[in-house]
Design a protein around this ligand. Structure first.
Ligand code: FHN
Length: 429
């Protein structure tokens, strides 16, 4: 999924664009059924049964310090954790609801411990806050709601007041941005406007910026933490972006302001954001690295997700995936941090990606397939002063626009990345 950080963030977003790589954490009651964070609505689980998860929620092995250490080792520089997902369960001690972690056997404000743990490892901290809330009595039943097919859904929906729910969100965002110190990112999720149900079920319509009272919600956040980076899944600006803008060969600019867009892709190791015990689809180590490289080669950030178990720890599959990043970033992080897409006019060969240092002096060539003896670099003849492998700094000969041999490494090793020093080429200002 791609989310876009708006250019309208008044604060300094240069740290965000420099850091490029963050950890996403989806944790909540849905870790107990362990069948996807949408399990309540996917399986239309009854309120009575879902309350069993609330009654027995006790992540006794919750250890965000351990998560933070692994995120830091993986090269992640910031983190965004769910404070409340669509199920409506709050991982923080809110005074506006009883549906919270402090009222379960867990008994703790999990967000407080999360913030302290990741700050202690030097990561910037963000909050995910769901606009959707399948538990709140004033959140109207709609096309996505678990109760949508209940015989009395229409009657249940009468009297639900979306304005009261919008006020509830503003009150909780006020708590989150008041009680936990400086927060760097606020990640709202998500609008689905205009999708009315079939036929006469217009009461099931989707929800967008007017339903969330998004202008007031964002104004509330900015009044408390003016420099906070806010994504645009409240639908305020969603319509300004179109996927074709994310072409590796183009600087992505805001269609109105012309500013270089800061944007972020979010992804997960498997097919689920929340812990999914029997999940079979896990991305390969190569895919994990390519997703990071590809995102930065298009001028964006990657927010990579983990879903802790309901005991509160990261399972071995998640830990193994984080280790893949740690091993790769050890030698290759300089091709990620402070880098962006290659400047206009520089196009990577097939099965390769370029990332370029912010000052334009270094072009990193990422090999998604190990080339044969020669690798021709279109348009680079006469523009490269020096070339070397990134992993060990060993020199590579570059003549007439081509790296002229790869005999230095056999093909069994991981395809390494290269640095091309381009003192003659400076990005257009
Ligand atoms: O519905 C959510 C989903 O559960 C998850 O939180 C993702 C993360 O980007 N956002 C929504 C789907 O786009």
């Amino acid at each position: 999924m791609t989310s876009y950080v708006t250019c309208q963030t008044p604060g300094d977003t240069s740290w965000f664009t420099h850091d490029r790589f963050g950890m996403f954490i989806h944790f909540g009651l849905y870790a107990m059924p362990a069948r996807h964070e949408w399990v309540k609505t996917n399986e239309k689980i009854s309120e009575e049964h879902y309350d069993l998860y609330f009654k027995h929620f006790n992540p006794d092995l919750y250890d965000p310090k351990e998560w933070a250490k692994q995120a830091k080792a993986a090269g992640m520089k910031y983190v965004v954790m769910t404070t409340k997902h669509h199920e409506g369960f709050c991982l923080f001690d809110s005074k506006y609801t009883d549906y919270k972690s402090t009222n379960t056997p867990c008994g703790k404000d999990l967000i407080k411990e999360y913030v302290e743990a990741f700050r202690s490892e030097g990561l910037r901290v963000g909050f995910y806050y769901s606009l959707i809330d399948w538990h709140h009595p004033d959140f109207p039943i709609d096309t996505l709601h678990p109760r949508r097919d209940d015989a009395d859904a229409l009657q249940q929906n009468e009297g639900r007041d979306m304005h009261k729910y919008a006020e509830y969100m503003r009150n909780q965002v006020t708590e989150l941005l008041t009680n936990y110190g400086k927060i760097d990112i606020l990640w709202f999720d998500f609008s689905y406007d205009g999708q009315d149900g079939e036929g006469d079920q217009s009461w099931m319509k989707g929800k967008g910026k007017n339903d969330w009272e998004a202008e007031k919600l964002i104004a509330t956040a900015r009044s408390l933490q003016p420099d906070i980076i806010i994504d645009n899944r409240t639908d305020i600006e969603q319509d300004l972006w179109t996927p074709e803008q994310y072409q590796p060969v183009k600087w992505v600019t805001h269609p109105e302001t012309g500013e270089l867009v800061t944007w972020e892709a979010c992804q997960t190791f498997s097919g689920s954001w929340g812990y999914y015990r029997d999940e079979q689809t896990w991305k390969s180590p190569e895919m994990l690295i390519r997703m990071l490289v590809n995102t930065v080669s298009c001028g964006g950030n990657l927010l990579m997700n983990v879903g802790p178990t309901s005991r509160g720890y990261l399972d071995s599959r998640a830990e193994d995936a984080l280790k893949v990043y740690a091993d790769w970033m050890k030698y290759n992080s300089r091709s990620i941090y402070g880098c962006t897409m290659a400047e206009p006019g520089i196009t990577a060969p097939a099965d390769c990606r370029y990332t370029q240092s912010a000052d334009g002096s270094r072009l990193y060539l990422h090999l998604f397939a190990y080339p044969f003896a020669h690798l021709r670099l279109p348009g680079m003849a006469g523009k490269v002063e020096y070339a070397q492998f990134l992993h060990d700094g060993s020199e590579l000969l570059f003549t007439e626009g081509a790296i002229d041999h790869f005999s230095a490494k056999n093909e069994t090793e991981d395809s390494s990345d290269l640095i091309l020093y381009l003192p003659a080429v400076k990005p257009s200002s």
